[in-house]
Design a protein around this ligand. Structure first.
Ligand code: CA2
Length: 145
């Protein structure tokens, strides 16, 4: 069975609590439910990991080496700052897809660069939580077994 690791960065666990205008009304619990549902529907195994700590995310990516068929990652604010996460993704060479809930292109200038995205095959942005499902489906189509 195909195994996908979904990684969420800082403050994603606060979704739905504030700023519904940017990230929608959906909560982090809704995101976890969507991932569980997708795993059942697509008959794949999904592990979900959320951390507010850059190094913990690097550790999780390293631990995925040789164990997962794909990574879906929303590094949140670390998207725009973390060369360490970029390097970790490159080091494991697992096919990765970057997801952003909001349309980062139409936001502040500091959100216009994505380091992690440079190690990802694809970026899905501005699709809300649905973007995670699209990322999983992309990996399943391309690498599913
Ligand atoms: O659009 C995305 O998915 C982001 O990765 C979300 C990050 C942001 O820093 C990125 O630029 C784009 C923020 C994560 C959640 O932040 C919250 C802010 C207020 C209330 C709840 C969550």
């Amino acid at each position: 069975m195909m195994e996908i690791l979904v990684i969420n960065g800082p403050n994603i666990n606060m979704l739905g609590i504030r700023e519904p205008g940017i990230y929608g009304k959906n909560t982090y619990a809704d995101l976890l439910a969507l991932l569980e549902q997708t795993a059942i529907e697509e008959a794949i195994k999904i592990r979900q990991f959320q951390s507010n700590h850059e190094g913990a995310i690097v550790d999780e990516i390293q631990a995925a080496y040789g164990k997962y068929d794909g990574i879906v990652i929303n590094p949140a604010a670390y998207t725009h700052t973390s060369v360490a996460i970029l390097d970790a993704l490159k080091s494991v060479s697992i096919p990765a897809v970057e997801v952003h809930i909001s349309d980062v292109d139409s936001r502040e200038a500091f959100r216009q660069i994505s380091y992690a995205g440079m190690a990802c095959e694809k970026t899905i942005k501005g699709q809300g939580l649905e973007g995670y499902r699209q990322a999983i489906l992309y990996l399943k189509e391309k690498y599913g077994k």
